[in-house]
Design a binder for this molecule. Structure first.
Ligand code: NAD
Length: 261
């Protein structure tokens, strides 16, 4: 638990399930007030809000598409209207589309990058603008992936967007460091969330994924949420511009794990 987080206000995008709802719940345990954004699943968002309240925090749910300026602005407005401030903005919403790149439609490319890349830009810009106007020591956390580093054939739009999130995070971290605004990314590996439900339901694909993880297991959403809480807290006060990989070692060239090579 991080005492400085108690009472702080956060926006968490894509909070109706998976990592976004786990981060919201963890922030609730820290006594935070949270705007839980959802795009199409009000029931999931309400469940996450109930979990936040049960954990001791406060929460409201807001429908918004993070790839639109209007949607993102409505999240800031909800934070100010309901809780009077903003301290932490988590750009978590994301999606992926599998396709051989030679067959990838422009429409599908735009779908992925408008959320995974443009959504991160719009959320960050909105938060930065507020922090600067209020002269606030603000905090932005962008959900990247191990695929900001590891190429992923048939998921080129996703890997391109996450690679962009890495340099975007580093760039704005440097740009606003003097104003005491910290910007970091989290790079999850293979985590048990709905985005992976179909893949992990197939035993062969599940085992193949575990085999890419030196720690020999799939990660839990709470393990990513712990990283978000630490990055949001003053315990990471001298940390900016990093990607904190939460991946059981997936980025450590696991092909070499048995001493091969
Ligand atoms: P998920 O599919 O369970 O949840 C994604 C969330 O984003 C959902 O709530 C969805 O409604 C929301 N979303 C999608 N489009 C949106 C839009 N236009 N506006 C607002 N919300 C929108 O996936 P997850 O595993 O929880 O992933 C969360 C983030 O973590 C994503 O950015 C993903 O790329 C990243 N990530 C996940 C893993 C993993 O293994 N689960 C690994 C690496 C990175």
């Amino acid at each position: 638990m991080y005492e400085d987080l108690n009472g702080k206000v956060a926006v968490v995008t894509g909070g109706s399930k998976g990592l976004g709802s786990a981060i919201s719940e963890r922030f609730g345990q820290e006594g935070m007030k949270i705007v839980i954004n959802y795009n199409s699943d009000p029931v999931g968002a309400q469940k996450a809000a109930d979990a936040v309240k049960d954990a001791g925090g406060e929460a409201v749910t807001v429908q918004a598409n993070v790839s639109t300026e209007k949607g993102v602005q409505s999240l800031l407005d909800a934070a100010l209207d309901n809780f009077g401030d903003l301290d932490v903005w988590v750009n978590n919403a994301g999606m992926e589309i599998k396709s051989p790149t030679a067959e990838l439609s422009l429409d599908d490319w735009n779908k992925v990058t408008s959320i995974d890349q443009t959504g991160v830009f719009l959320g960050s810009r909105t938060a930065l603008d507020y922090f600067l106007k209020k002269d606030k020591k603000g905090n932005i956390i962008n959900m990247s992936s191990v695929h900001e580093r590891i190429p992923w054939p048939t998921f080129a739009s996703y890997a391109a967007a996450k690679g962009s999130v890495k340099l975007f995070t580093q760039t704005i971290a440097m740009e606003y460091a003097k104003q005491n605004i910290r910007v970091n990314a989290i790079g999850p590996g293979a985590i048990n969330t709905p985005i992976n439900a179909k893949k992990f339901a197939d035993k062969e694909q599940y085992d193949a994924t575990v085999n890419m993880v030196p720690m020999d297991r799939i990660g839990k959403p709470e393990e990513v949420a712990s990283a978000a809480a630490w990055l949001a807290s003053d315990q990471s006060s001298y940390v900016t511009g990093i990607t904190l990989f939460v991946d059981g070692g997936m980025t450590l060239y696991p092909a070499f794990k048995d001493g091969r090579g």
